[in-house]
Each structure stands twice: as C-alpha cells, then as structure tokens.
Design a protein. Structure first.
Length: 236
C-alpha cells in the first residue's frame, strides 16, 4: 500500500480471486468451472514460458489466505483447501476486499465450518517411549529355489480359423479376421498386425518350429495376408 493505493499484485490477485469465487459458485456445466479441476502440470518445453495460469492462481490463493490461520494452500492449490470459503459469497468477497483495503478486517468464519490446522499431526504430543529391549533380528530366510522354466509358447494353429479363405481380399470381415483383428480395428492396428505376421510367415523368414506349419502352408498364408492388406488399404 503506497499513499492509499494498493499494490499492483494485490489488485491483480483481487480481480482473479473475485472471478474464481463466481466460477466456483456457478453452474457446473460452465467451461471455466470444469477447467479449475482440469489443471495439470505439463512439462514445459525449452524456450517456452515457465509459468501458466495455475501458477498465478496458486500464488494469489496463498496471498489471499496469508492471514487466515485455518486455511493452508499447498503448492498444488488443491480445491479441497479453499472450496468451502469460495462457496460462501459474503465471506469470499469480504476476504478479497482485504487484498486492496488495508483497513478491512478479516471476515469471521462461521462456527459450522470445519477447522483445518496448520500444524502437523500429533504436534506437541509426547513422543512414544523407546523400547530399551530391541527385538531380536529375524532368522535368515531360506535359500531360494530355482524356478521352473516357463511353459513353451503355444504354436500358431492356422487350421482353427473363423474366416472364409475365398472371401479374404473381398470381404471386410474375413480380411480382418485373417489378420486376427475385429471389425473395430483401426488402420494403424492393421499395419502393425500385418507387419508382425509378415515377419513370421514370409518364405525367407519362416520357422516351422514357431508356427507349426510347413513352408508351403506358411507361403499360402502369407499370400492371404497380402491380399487382405491390399484390400484393407483401399477400403479403410
């Protein structure tokens, strides 16, 4: 305060806090009210501003409640710490007025409000007595046993299929099913699945111990997934 003129910071804080109070007491469907609970700490890129609206909101909340002993604003500006005060229009406006009027008195908190203490839990309580006889150390744990090897992976069985081979490359359902996908699959999922199957069934890379198929069967299946992929690129 300089010659009765409030500090610029206090004036800015008063304007923001008055607006925040109206937002909190407004309808939930208002976008501004939803944005209060949607703030998140995104990583700031190099060369970009290091502060955003949430930083100024937390600073102004701390300035607003600097002299209120029952409220403590954490570094996140958690809504649970000041939502009760902001919901009371009379109390909030009188508290905001204290930012610009040094002669204004702090509003009295209703007795029905819960009182939040600044001190940590069990502050001032006697410390528990230490046990003069510490417990004996625990016995050593038995040596670990060697784990059994994991069961072998199930080999791909192409005989059990839910697609019609003649429809692959012509019908959307069968073209997706030959790739192991459903009707809701995206274009990205089709690309990923096709590349994985191509590495497995390509004639130059096929390993019968992994697929359980002969080289000829794997080559025929590779032609199927090629037809399916070419058809899906046109329709998706």
């Amino acid at each position: 305060m300089f010659y009765g003129i409030p500090r610029v910071r206090n004036m800015i804080a008063a304007r923001q806090m008055a607006f925040i109070g109206k937002v909190v007491r407004g309808d939930w469907n208002q976008p501004a009210k939803r944005m209060i609970t949607a703030c998140c700490n995104n990583t700031r890129l190099r060369g970009r501003p290091n502060h955003h609206n949430k930083d100024s909101l937390v600073k102004n909340l701390k300035l607003l409640f600097a002299k209120v002993d029952d409220v403590e604003i954490d570094h996140q500006g958690s809504l649970k710490n000041w939502i009760q005060e902001a919901s009371d229009e009379k109390y909030w406006n009188e508290l905001v007025n204290c930012l610009t009027n040094r002669n204004a008195e702090l509003p009295k908190r209703p007795d029905t409000w819960t009182r939040r203490r600044r001190s940590p839990r069990n502050h001032g309580s006697p410390r528990p007595e230490t046990n003069p006889n510490p417990p004996s150390p625990a016995p050593p744990s038995p040596p670990r046993r060697n784990r059994a090897p994991p069961p072998p992976r199930e080999q791909h069985n192409n005989t059990e299929r839910d697609y019609i081979e003649e429809n692959v490359g012509e019908v959307l359902y069968d073209s997706l099913k030959v790739l192991g996908l459903g009707l809701g699959a995206s274009e990205t999922e089709v690309k990923i699945k096709y590349r994985a199957l191509s590495r497995l069934y390509h004639p130059d890379k096929h390993d019968s111990t992994k697929t359980g198929m002969t080289d000829q069967a794997a080559s025929d299946f590779f032609k199927l997934i090629n037809n399916a992929q070419a058809y899906l690129r046109q329709v998706m």
